[in-house]
Design a protein around this ligand. Structure first.
Ligand code: DGL
Length: 262
């Protein structure tokens, strides 16, 4: 199985994109709702949570791990790769690669959680691929709780998004990376407020494409993960009505969320 984890419900956007790009490859998903948000926590805590999530997925039979959380990937990605032999991919690298190759001007905006922005990961990797890159980052701590609460169309959410995007509006960016897997759920609000000429990079779609390429190029890995007869499983560390609703909205069908006290 392909193990996917996020701090909450944002990674469901990744799980959905993987299901669409890689049919027949069952997922085991863990959303750590009980401890979300990660983005305002210390690196040591984020590392400990990420390690525990990964071990849970391995215990469930995962043979490939997808870190569907920019915060966990930014803070704990390299540590997990050092400690765990199972292949790991994450949402940051594919988003960076897509942004770097599609931008004409090399002027980027990145929005993410405070921990992701503080880590500086997007600046570092964008500059590696595009030495001419000018990267403006904005931490948006209120967006994750708004999404988890299901406030996807509220006036308050629109006002807060506008406020966060304000510093990016006169920076002449042509690409905005949604550096948090919760933000694709706010694309319809973010897009019109940053402007039509700015391309939005959705890390959930990018990681699903990267996974597809990996499966196409590594037949052994693909064969070991391909089990169309096995249904995907979705675990959460706490189940609330809004999370259940949101998960079903993303998948467009009813979804059985199992609780675990991992
Ligand atoms: N979805 C997570 C991310 O991509 C973050 C949410 C959180 O702060 O826990 O960064």
């Amino acid at each position: 199985m392909i193990g996917v984890f996020d701090s909450g419900v944002g990674g469901i956007t990744v799980a959905r994109a993987i299901e669409q790009h890689c049919p027949g490859y069952p997922l085991v998903y863990l959303g750590d709702i009980a401890r979300t948000p990660y983005g305002t926590k210390s690196p040591a805590t984020i590392e400990a949570y990420s390690r525990r999530n990964t071990e849970f997925l391995l215990d469930q039979g995962a043979r490939l791990i997808v870190i569907a959380c920019n915060t966990a990937a930014s803070i704990a990605g390299s540590l997990l790769r050092q400690q765990i032999a199972t292949p790991i991919i994450d949402v940051v690298q594919p988003a960076v690669a897509s942004a770097a190759s599609s931008s004409a001007s090399g002027r980027f905006g990145v929005i993410g959680t405070p921990a992701t922005v503080r880590s500086g990961i997007y600046q570092r990797w964008l500059k590696q691929l595009r030495p001419d890159a000018v990267v403006h980052t904005v931490a948006c701590p209120l967006l994750v709780p708004l999404v988890e609460e299901g406030w996807l169309n509220r006036r308050e959410t629109k006002m807060i998004v506008r406020r966060y995007l304000h510093p990016l509006r006169n920076r002449q960016i042509d690409t905005l990376v949604l550096g948090c897997t919760h933000y694709p759920l706010l694309k319809h609000i973010i897009g019109p407020r940053i402007g039509q000429r700015v391309r939005l990079i959705d890390s959930s779609v990018e990681v699903a494409r990267t996974l597809r390429q990996l499966l196409d190029s590594d037949t052994n890995l693909a064969d070991s993960l391909y089990h169309p007869e096995i249904p995907s499983r979705f675990y959460v560390t706490d189940r609330t009505d809004s999370v259940q609703r949101l998960a079903e909205t993303v998948f467009g069908r009813s979804l059985h969320l199992e609780t675990t006290d991992v």
